[in-house]
Design a protein around this ligand. Structure first.
Ligand SMILES: C[S@@+](CC[C@H](N)C(=O)[O-])C[C@H]1O[C@@H](n2cnc3c(N)ncnc32)[C@H](O)[C@@H]1O
Length: 206
């Protein structure tokens, strides 16, 4: 059963991905998120099972699969996943249409990635908890979000404050889910509009 807010959000994303596809383009490009790539390179040299949760067109999922990871990419947008499937031939990459606040992997993953999947606080906490449940013991969650600090910097855009987050909130959600927080902080990122602020989380399942 999908609630109204989730249905509206899914319709919004579905529309954006379909419009991009009609224009022969993608919303997020092909390059993986720099921080995710950096952290995987530094911490997880041996490929294993990875989840990309709220994967969109799968730039991070594709990057992982090309490095030998067995990847499950989830999103609630069918159009986003259709685009990803069309670019993942020959790779060990499965797509699952699912709501990240309720779906958890059946098998334990070595790595779960959440990249800019902005959600209101209660849904974000649920998504972090589901990601934690999907990890094996010792498995790593890498999370990156647009921080609420952007608003103070005049980089609010159209995104409401309610779906931005902070290190305190993501740390609290991870700890409530029984995860061990290794890093909770902020990082600047240069954009055409100015210096944006990302909220970062690295947590492991003890
Ligand atoms: C800003 S995009 C980021 C996509 C991708 N992670 C990336 O970095 O390229 C956010 C994605 O989250 C998905 N999303 C938002 N809420 C979701 C939910 N409750 N369950 C699953 N996917 C969701 C959207 O469809 C969208 O693809």
């Amino acid at each position: 059963m999908v609630d109204d807010a989730t249905r509206r959000s899914r319709d919004f994303w579905e529309g954006r991905y379909l419009a991009a596809e009609a224009d022969g383009t993608t919303l997020w490009g092909d390059a993986p998120n720099g921080w995710i790539a950096e952290q995987v390179g530094a911490r997880l040299q041996r490929p294993g099972r990875a989840l990309d949760i709220g994967a969109g067109e799968g730039r991070n999922a594709l990057w992982l699969a090309r490095r030998g990871w067995s990847v499950v990419a989830t999103d609630f947008s069918a159009a986003a996943l259709q685009g990803l499937r069309s670019r993942s031939a020959g790779l060990d990459l499965e797509t699952i249409e699912a709501d990240a606040t309720t779906w958890a992997a059946a098998e334990s993953a070595d790595l779960a990635v959440i990249c800019y999947r902005q959600l209101p606080a209660d849904s974000l906490a649920a998504a972090i908890a589901r990601a934690g449940e999907s990890l094996r013991r010792g498995g790593v969650l890498l999370g990156i979000w647009h921080d609420r600090e952007d608003l103070a910097r005049g980089l609010g855009g159209t995104m409401t404050p309610a779906i931005r987050t902070t290190p305190d909130e993501t740390r609290a959600a991870a700890e409530a889910a029984g995860l061990q927080v290794e890093l909770s902080g902020r990082r600047d990122r240069e954009t055409a509009a100015g210096t944006a602020c990302d909220c970062l989380l690295i947590a492991t399942r003890p």
